[in-house]
Design a protein. Structure first.
Length: 356
């Protein structure tokens, strides 16, 4: 009997929001070199884009429309990376929606609304990518001025940084409905002006980039590190935290192995790299850190294979790309980097799409 074998291929697409140009730039990522090539038709027109997120299957992409109080949804073409608007898009949100977090099972989507200090929560229709508001949404985020949002890898907890309150608000997520409930002890104290936020792949540790609040001007740019209670989601600060960072740290990401943490220092045009102690979550500086970036590095992402790191240069209209040394965490520039993009770069997301 003849047996048909179909090779499965994984394609990687990278997307960034151009806040000044009202668009999303899309790229095909070379899985061997990390180089970026523009997707045909890119950039795609989007009104007031801010944050960006991709569902775990790489089928759908979501963009917050800051001034328009909405979230745009797109289907990703698995072959080309092209974007097509989902029926019903854009979907209503709160005031000045910015960053996005997608549930690791692809069931729910969360958006922090910067001006109204709330979190809008949605269910994602698996067949179309359409959004429906979850009962009780939007949920209070403490505030003022929530900035970053993340869901832990198990999908049990959601965390929001409050830039104006210098804290992290924590929620438990209902596995059935996606609704949010405040965790006891929340909000948890962070550094001055906490910005973006990341959780390591094991769900043990949480990291916050503290920019220093423009509201007070008091404080030092640092990275706060926390241990996550696996049962309750409560946060306790790692011994030695906060750790020193560059000027105005914004983006923060942990690589898929959980060995390294990277921070985009918006004010000093470089990337701080740290090794993560797997037992305690404490950070140690990687040799050669910080590594040079473009002007105004903001959001940061590592591809799912852990080989490459990408940073949006907010004022430089480009994307810096790096190869990650798997043993040391050292960054080296990808050939051709930086890659041209639109104006006012902010959000970044990578879609991994597997198919024949």
């Amino acid at each position: 009997m003849a047996v048909s074998i179909y090779a499965q291929t994984t394609r990687y697409f990278l997307y960034v929001t151009n806040t000044v140009d009202d668009g999303v730039s899309a790229y095909v990522m070379n899985p061997s070199t990390g180089a970026l090539t523009s997707v045909s038709g890119s950039p795609f027109s989007v009104s007031g884009p801010n944050g960006i997120g991709v569902d775990p299957t790489g089928k759908f992409l979501y963009v917050t429309n800051g001034a328009y109080k909405s979230v745009s949804a797109y289907a990703i073409n698995p072959s080309s990376g092209n974007l097509t608007a989902v029926s019903g898009s854009p979907f209503p949100s709160g005031t000045n929606p910015t960053m996005i977090a997608v549930h690791p099972k692809g069931k729910f989507l969360y958006v922090e609304n910067n001006y109204s200090a709330k979190v809008s929560a949605y269910t994602i229709k698996p067949t179309t990518g359409a959004l429906s508001a979850i009962t009780g949404s939007p949920f209070p985020a403490g505030g003022p001025y929530p900035e970053g949002v993340v869901v832990d890898p198990r999908g049990k907890f959601l965390y929001v940084t409050n830039y104006g309150g210098s804290n992290v608000f924590a929620y438990s997520i209902s596995s059935s409905s996606g609704s949010l409930s405040a965790i006891s002890g929340s909000p948890f104290k962070a550094g001055s002006g906490p910005y973006f936020i990341a959780v390591d792949p094991t769900g043990k540790f949480l990291y916050v980039a503290n920019q220093v609040s423009a509201l007070t001007g008091i404080g030092t740019p640092t990275v706060s590190a926390f241990v996550i209670n696996p049962r309750t989601g409560a946060l306790s600060e790692v011994n030695g935290s906060p750790f020193a960072a560059g000027k105005a740290p914004h983006g923060v990401v942990v690589d898929p192995t959980g060995k390294f943490l990277y921070v985009a220092n918006n004010g000093s045009a470089n990337i701080s790299a740290y090794g993560i102690n797997p037992s305690t979550g404490a950070l140690s500086t990687v040799s050669g850190s910080p590594f040079p970036a473009g002007k105004g590095p903001d959001s940061i992402a590592v591809d799912p294979t852990g080989k490459f790191l990408y940073v949006t240069n907010q004022s430089g209209n480009s994307i810096s790309a790096y190869k990650i040394n798997a043993s040391t965490g050292v960054l080296s520039a990808v050939i051709g980097s930086p890659f041209a993009a639109g104006s006012g770069l902010l959000g970044i997301a990578i879609a991994a799409v597997t198919g024949s």
